[in-house]
Design a protein around this ligand. Structure first.
Ligand code: MLT
Length: 262
């Protein structure tokens, strides 16, 4: 089983991922938010790579079944309904809604993987569900980390390394890594003792702490709290019909302090 990791979408072009199995990771916070939104009953997530696209797509969809969610510099985009804190995506806010999703790096990575044969969105919150999904594919895997403005993000790399470690917990498969996959695996082995301490020390983790999203950093570090696999189906991200959750994620109380508006 070949596993290749890319630390930023800028390292590949869209067509490279065509017909491949892809996992997109943006631990802080897009992957986490997408998992919570779908667990809490959102109909689908439509990832876009620019705010202009978000406005255009929402113009084509209409009525109160559409929300625009996303951030720039970690804070809600003016004119959007939701930012990118998972705490905003409660069942009351998102149930039945199509969410046009535009974040600085995460939604762009998801959009970049739109030609994949299979694509799943992973964070720590749903890592076991995604690993089980990958195992069922019995095929090579390409892990695309969202990074931050084309730069390396430690939290995404460690999450990629944890996925690799969990896949290796089986002795019936030979693995073939690219250097980035080997590096991610090593980073995970050296960092897994205290994930929260690590997350609070990363560039983006420190920035989120600075702008008041401490609870988000903690929540995004919780392993396996959201047992679903957001999958690319057509050109949207959703939960396949046969995997719909019986009940929403434990509703998270909205702490208005967490929702930063300019
Ligand atoms: C991203 O997409 O870069 C992140 O999710 C940004 C954030 O919400 O902090």
């Amino acid at each position: 089983m070949k596993i290749e990791v890319f630390f930023s979408p800028s390292q590949i072009d869209d067509l490279f991922l065509r017909d491949k199995n892809v996992v997109v990771i943006d631990v802080l916070r897009a992957s986490t938010t997408v998992a919570v939104a779908l667990k809490n009953g959102a109909k689908e997530i439509i990832p876009v790579n620019t705010i202009e696209s978000a406005v255009k797509v929402s113009g084509n969809l209409f009525g109160d079944v559409v929300l625009r969610g996303g951030e720039r510099n970690g804070k809600i985009i003016e004119g959007f309904n939701l930012g990118n804190s998972p705490f905003e995506y409660t069942p009351e806010a998102v149930k039945g809604k199509s969410i046009i999703f535009c974040t600085t790096n995460g939604s762009t990575a998801m959009w970049k993987a739109r030609y994949a044969k299979n694509m799943a969105v992973a964070g720590f919150v749903n890592i076991s569900a995604v690993v089980n999904y990958i195992k069922e594919l019995h095929d090579d895997l390409y892990i695309l980390c969202a990074g931050k403005q084309t730069h390396f993000c430690l939290e995404d790399a460690v999450c990629a390394g944890m996925i690799i470690k969990m896949l290796m917990d089986r002795d019936d498969v030979e693995f073939d890594f690219n250097d980035s996959a080997a590096a991610a695996y090593t980073l995970y082995k050296n960092s897994s003792k205290n994930l929260l301490k690590l997350m609070r020390s990363t560039d983006h983790g420190k920035y989120l702490l600075e702008i008041g999203f401490e609870k988000d950093v903690e929540f995004c570090t919780n392993v396996d709290t959201v047992d679903i696999v957001p999958e690319l189906i057509g050109n949207v991200i959703k939960i396949p019909k046969n995997n719909l959750p019986e009940k929403p994620h434990i509703p998270i109380s909205i702490d208005t302090n967490l929702i930063k508006r300019d």
